[in-house]
Design a binder for this molecule. Structure first.
Ligand code: SF4
Length: 80
């Protein structure tokens, strides 16, 4: 299993704020309505909420990126 982290494209994002409501576990909104995303890898139990936020962003500004670092591959039972 490859770990992933949530990213935002700051050019595409237009501060709708929806993602902060859909995925408050890792996204908070700044004073201007733009998302501030925690950069830690996502544990399996948060993937469903993360995928929902990615799918529902009206600007397609969110994505899940694989973490391309040594040791990023984890066993299925190695959740955060
Ligand atoms: S839902 Fe999409 S466009 Fe809206 S603030 Fe979040 S990332 Fe930006």
């Amino acid at each position: 299993m490859v770990r992933v982290r949530l990213r935002v494209d700051p050019i595409k994002c237009k501060a709708h704020g929806m993602c902060g409501e859909l995925f408050p576990e890792r996204i908070r909104m700044d004073d201007w309505g733009y998302p501030v995303i925690e950069s830690r890898p996502l544990p399996d139990d948060l993937l469903e909420h993360a995928l929902r936020a990615v799918a529902d962003c009206p600007r397609a500004a969110l994505r899940l990126d694989p973490i391309d670092e040594p040791g990023a591959r984890v066993r299925p039972d190695d959740a955060d």
